[in-house]
Design a protein around this ligand. Structure first.
Ligand code: 5GP
Ligand code: ZN
Length: 116
């Protein structure tokens, strides 16, 4: 999918609206349009990567930064002590619907396990 037609590329470039939580050079975080938890934030690399399947060794730092950002989001949202879940749906059976890599940051309610 080209960057022009990718929803998350359009949000990252400012072309499409979103409630931005954090905008960095390499990573953006914004609120999910259809939250499934009281806190539902998407942590997204600015560069278009379709999924974890496209990650290469030189992306290790980027992936690490996404987790560090998740930690900061947890503190800022006040859920670092109550708990949160980070989910990366990859592919059809996992329910990935947007083909631009993203971490779901979910918090604010009791989660169950295993996930559906
Ligand atoms: P996936 O199912 O691919 O793991 O997650 C995609 C997520 O992106 C869904 O939770 C969906 O609600 C969210 N989403 C899809 N389109 C938009 C959009 O245009 N803006 C925002 N903020 N979230 C979106
Ligand atoms: Zn994209």
């Amino acid at each position: 999918m080209s960057a022009e037609s990718c929803t998350f590329c359009r949000i990252a470039s400012g072309e499409a609206p979103a409630i931005i939580v954090r905008q960095g050079e390499r990573i953006i975080a914004f609120r999910d349009a259809h939250p499934v938890a009281p806190v539902h934030i998407l942590i997204v690399p600015v560069r278009h990567l379709a999924s974890i399947n496209e990650v290469i060794a030189s992306d290790v730092e980027l992936l690490g930064e996404m987790l560090v950002l998740a930690r900061d989001v947890a503190a800022r949202e006040g859920v670092d002590q109550t708990g949160y879940r980070i989910v990366v749906n990859t592919g059809r059976e996992a329910g990935q619907t947007v083909h631009h890599l993203h971490m779901h940051f979910l918090a604010g309610r009791q989660m169950s396990w295993p996930p559906g």
